[in-house]
Design a protein around this ligand. Sequence first.
Ligand SMILES: NC(=O)C1=CN([C@@H]2O[C@H](COP(=O)(O)OP(=O)(O)OC[C@H]3O[C@@H](n4cnc5c(N)ncnc54)[C@H](OP(=O)(O)O)[C@@H]3O)[C@@H](O)[C@H]2O)[C@H](O)CC1
Length: 285
Amino acid sequence: MRTRGASGTPARARRARDGAFLTSDAARRLDEDLTAGRACEARSLEALMRAAGRAAATATLDAFGGTDFVVLCGPGNNGGDGLALAREVATRRRDARVSVWYPKGAGTNELYGELVRECRETANVEFVDEDAVLGMMRERATSAAATPRCFVDALFGFSFKGAVRAPFVNVLNALVALTNGDARETFTVSLDIPSGWDVDAGAPDDGDIFVPDLLVSLTAPKQCCATLDDPARGEPRPRVKRMAQTHVVAGTFLTDALCEKYGLEQIPLRVDSDREYVPLDLWRR
Ligand SMILES: NC(=O)C1=CN([C@@H]2O[C@H](COP(=O)(O)OP(=O)(O)OC[C@H]3O[C@@H](n4cnc5c(N)ncnc54)[C@H](OP(=O)(O)O)[C@@H]3O)[C@@H](O)[C@H]2O)[C@H](O)CC1
């Protein structure tokens, strides 16, 4: 039976409206607060990114027992989180084969450049091109002898807007096809936002969508996750709803003051936690 609050509002709908989720704008402001040290101790972007990559790597390694990882990295900080994760995974699971697709590269960004250098020089991560990634995805559907492979989606985070542009279209389309088809021995992880989803509105309404096996929300889930189980938005499609089962939050940056400022009291992970990530079952209580 669904529980009701004092006002008679279904509890789950009430929680969603209470602000367990961050809009793209609030997520950006919260990250600025974290680096500026407003309502918390200041941390550099590099420290935040390395901590996010480390925690997301732990969640990924706990969920996927294989040794083959392909990390898809976009042009922004979400891609930086992916680079940090790739290095962590390759360092911690020494028998792992870790490939990174990073089509735009680090450019002049020193932090991204340093993460790329560490991947190459200290962790034996291999950088691959689009043809190689598409081949690794296609092989999933055709090879009966496929060994387990994990694709990590670090393409776009909370600054994603509009329709996907080059050079990401083919790979993201292949990821959608892969996870909607008969992909053998495939595990998918998204960092912060399932790529292709509108950060505030959620999964696209029409056509196939990419639904990862594991979503690792960083600091707090974004508004797109409200479609998982918010009766006020209507029933989510079954595949989207299933994702609520494998949704964790990572990144121990939230102080009580920040939770109050952004209405995130329900987020269980705080700055003094000794756990790197926790399952988010806000929608199932
Ligand atoms: N809270 C934490 O723990 C931390 C979170 N972090 C991560 O940071 C991202 C947000 O990073 P940000 O750089 O602001 O944004 P994105 O990673 O989403 O990248 C934005 C760039 O993506 C390109 N873009 C946007 N829309 C499209 C599109 N439709 N098609 C193609 N490309 C697109 C655009 O780049 P251009 O080069 O094309 O201009 C955007 O600039 C957050 O989600 C977390 O993952 C931090 O690491 C700190 C710790």
